[in-house]
Write a protein that binds this ligand. Structure first.
Ligand SMILES: CC(C)(COP(=O)(O)OP(=O)(O)OC[C@H]1O[C@@H](n2cnc3c(N)ncnc32)[C@H](O)[C@@H]1OP(=O)(O)O)[C@@H](O)C(=O)NCCC(=O)NCCSC(=O)C[C@H](O)C(=O)O
Ligand code: MG
Length: 295
């Protein structure tokens, strides 16, 4: 499963909100996540499942990845949510509050042996203390036949703060930075993508941009978002900038010169570049091409 696809902006849309679901078809997001979990009250879970099946079947989301978030495996809603996911056939199922490899395997069992579910990926939300403690094993499940559908990890920072009782002062994520970094490490060790949690204050663009910059600096691929206001900044900050693309082209051009054919290391504009930097440069260019292809 190739992970080289843009996931700069991944928009949650409540499963019960048809107006927002319609709006999702018009927004330049990389993915939409129809939520059956926390944005849907218990009393309307059943109606929301039916609604999401209908919305996904209706389509109209173009090249956006279409994802369904299900309630945690430990809840009374999980089995019906997974049955609904099989019926809806999204591109991916986002498992909430994953705490163990067993939950990845259980989801795989739901999808296995049904030709119509072939190609549905699993995304795992890590958002509890136990999940964070076991995140390396959860990510490593991708290496097993039962975990092979796992494509990426998604952080649930609201739940992480709630359970751990960490209190951020002035939105400074210093107290949780080690967990975020460890999550990036776990994802990268297994070739998975990783997305940052949501920023609740959707009218505060400056704060949102700062959190996107921080997440990108930590190595994340994109941001889960909750409101149309957040689409443009997320796309801009997580996409390769024009300066990065220019630099990428310069790196590739430098190594492609005949006089550099046998060289492993070069000087470019006063800095050292090695052949490993070709890979970094090529990735940026490929990502830009993928972004263009979404338009
Ligand atoms: C937060 C909101 C409830 C705010 O909604 P609202 O007051 O309607 O916002 P606006 O009036 O500013 O909306 C303007 C228009 O944009 C549409 N809209 C709003 N949000 C979305 C959306 N998410 N997707 C698509 N379209 C959206 C409105 O319909 C208006 O459209 P129109 O009238 O046609 O112009 C709301 O934004 C919202 O519900 N957001 C998503 C909330 C959600 O899904 N939460 C669950 C996921 S986050 C989470 O669970 C955290 C994680 O698990 C963790 O632990 O951290
Ligand atoms: Mg959560």
């Amino acid at each position: 499963m190739s992970n080289l696809r843009p996931r700069r902006s991944v928009l949650y849309i409540p499963g019960s909100n048809t107006r927002a679901q319609a709006k999702g078809r018009t927004l330049p997001v990389d993915a939409v996540v129809f939520d059956l979990e926390d944005s849907v009250a218990s009393e309307v879970k059943k109606a929301a499942r039916e609604q999401v099946i209908e919305t996904i079947r209706e389509g109209g989301y173009g090249n956006r990845e279409v994802v369904m978030r299900v309630n945690a495996a430990r809840t009374e809603f999980y089995e019906d949510d997974m049955t609904a996911a099989v019926a809806a056939r999204p591109d991916a199922v986002l498992l909430s509050k994953v705490e163990s490899v067993a939950e990845i395997f259980a989801a795989e069992r739901h999808l296995r042996g049904r030709p119509e579910t072939h190609g549905i990926a699993l995304w795992a939300m890590v958002e509890t203390a136990r999940g964070l403690q076991d995140i390396a094993n959860i990510a490593a499940s991708v290496r097993t036949p039962e975990g092979h559908r796992l494509a990426g990890l998604v952080l649930g920072t609201n739940d992480i703060l709630r359970e751990t009782r960490v209190k951020l002062v002035d939105e400074n994520r210093g107290p949780v930075a080690a967990w975020l970094s460890f999550a990036v490490l776990a994802a990268r060790a297994e070739g998975l993508f990783i997305l940052d949690g949501v920023y609740n204050d959707f009218s505060n663009t400056t704060g949102f941009e700062a959190e996107c910059e921080e997440a990108r600096a930590l190595g994340m691929d994109g941001k889960t978002i909750i409101h149309p206001n957040q689409v443009e900044p997320a796309n801009r900050i997580f996409g390769p900038s024009e300066a990065e693309l220019e630099d990428a082209r310069a790196v590739i051009e430098a190594f492609s010169r005949p006089e550099n054919a046998a060289r492993g290391v070069l000087s470019l504009n006063g800095r050292m570049i090695e052949r490993m930097h070709i890979e970094v440069a090529q990735r940026a260019l490929d990502m830009a091409a993928q972004i263009d292809a979404l338009k």
